[in-house]
Design a binder for this molecule. Structure first.
Ligand SMILES: Nc1ncnc2c1ncn2[C@@H]1O[C@H](COP(=O)(O)OP(=O)(O)OP(=O)(O)O)[C@@H](O)[C@H]1O
Ligand SMILES: [Mg+2]
Length: 371
């Protein structure tokens, strides 16, 4: 699905290294706010990293510090081996696609895009504007002024403006969020093609998991100002570092339920359910949080180590089905993904199990993964 090493078409691709980066917002008369709490990220030359996390977790703050739009409280950021926190934004070699990054209202889109290039006396500025506009399907916007653009159109202009300078490092904050579904897919693909062609070392912030999976070489999952896990999609999906990551990444969402570790190494789920987990560091008798992805639930033989369940609702989604099941002794229902063509009915009784390495256990208090 993803590769660990990003091919770099351009020989000038540079690494982006973030070390112990903090941001403390302070403003007079208000309590300070620690928005970014010691982030480390080592992004390879030409790599595309998706930054994922809930609203307010510090994604934009992180990008703004890299771009130089926000001061760094402490820590270092390096492009190649050059430390950048003391450089002005214009000297950082960073292309920025932020929605809030204003266009000059009196200029047309074409003039806006050419502006920076002409200021730097780039000779083929007009041809480059034309070329990027064609690739992002926005030639029809070139002679309009910013005030007349829809939010989706503004977004494509912002993306074009970030790309047109061929920056070694590209930072994009929700670059496709206002596009309609069809456009989103096309622009997403083109963005990836351009990124590969030019070897931009890229961070894309997105709320959309599918977008993150389709674009990124690696994902950085963030919460509360901290990177919770940094890895390929497979690593994050198959081996989540903690409860937050397991819960945040994956569709349909992972089942999370309370369980009790038994002395025989199994985990009790509900009144009569038992599951085997590969985790060894679980104290017998201890309460744990059990996580099982709907895709990992299998049918088992009655009488085996399994969880008896009854179907409450079945949804046939063509490519697969989703059975919502009730387990005696559990407050919440579990969701089970079934293969295409398998139909379940309300009231069907099932016995559920999962491969031990796909039964994740978490500390019920801290959410840390128990291994
Ligand atoms: N200038 C500021 N002064 C004080 N606090 C701020 C400032 N800018 C952002 N914050 C706070 O820092 C935290 C992180 O904000 P940030 O914009 O980085 O989040 P985000 O992850 O980009 O969220 P979203 O997905 O909603 O865009 C938030 O709690 C926000 O309220
Ligand atoms: Mg943001």
């Amino acid at each position: 699905m993803t590769t660990t090493t990003a091919p770099t078409a351009s020989g000038t691709a540079k690494s982006l290294t973030i070390e112990a980066l903090h941001k403390n917002y302070t403003s007079r008369g208000r309590e300070s706010f620690h928005a970014v709490k010691g982030i480390d990220l080592d992004i390879r030359p030409g790599e595309l990293v998706a930054l994922l996390g809930p609203s307010g977790c510090g994604k934009t703050t992180t990008l703004r510090m890299i771009a130089g739009l926000e001061t760094v409280t402490s820590g270092d950021i390096r492009i190649g081996d050059r430390s950048i926190p003391d450089l002005p934004p214009g000297k950082r070699d960073v292309g920025v696609g932020f929605e809030s990054y204003a266009l000059y209202p009196p200029l047309t889109v074409r003039q806006n895009l050419a502006y920076g290039l002409k200021a730097r006396k780039v000779r083929d500025a007009d041809a480059r504007v034309q070329a990027i506009a064609e690739r992002l399907e926005m030639t029809d916007l070139l002679d309009l002024r910013p005030a007349g653009l829809s939010s989706g159109q503004k977004q494509r202009v912002a993306l074009a403006r970030a790309l047109i300078r061929n920056p070694p490092v590209l930072l994009l904050d929700e670059p496709l969020s206002h596009l309609d579904a069809a456009q989103r897919q096309r622009v997403r693909r083109e963005l990836k093609v351009l990124q590969r062609e030019f070897g931009y070392t890229t961070i894309v912030v997105t709320h959309d998991q599918l977008e993150a999976l389709s674009l990124a070489d690696r994902l950085a999952v963030m919460n509360n100002g901290v990177i919770q896990q940094f890895g390929t999609a497979d690593e994050i999906f198959d081996d989540p570092a903690n409860l937050f990551v397991a819960d945040f990444v994956g569709e349909p969402k992972i089942n999370l339920t309370e369980g009790v570790a038994e002395s025989d190494g199994t985990v009790r789920v509900g009144r009569d359910g038992r599951l085997v987990s590969a985790a060894r560091s679980v104290p017998a008798g201890g309460s744990v949080t059990v996580g099982i992805r709907p895709q990992d639930v299998q049918l088992a033989e009655a009488g085996s180590v399994s969880v008896p369940a009854e179907v409450v609702v079945f949804e046939d989604l063509l490519e697969f089905g989703l059975a919502t099941v009730r387990v005696e002794g559990l407050d919440s229902h579990l969701v089970v993904q079934t293969p295409a063509g398998v139909v379940r009915r309300r009231g069907d009784r099932l016995h559920l199990s999962a491969p031990p390495e796909r039964v994740y256990l978490f500390d019920a208090d801290s959410g840390d993964r128990l291994r």
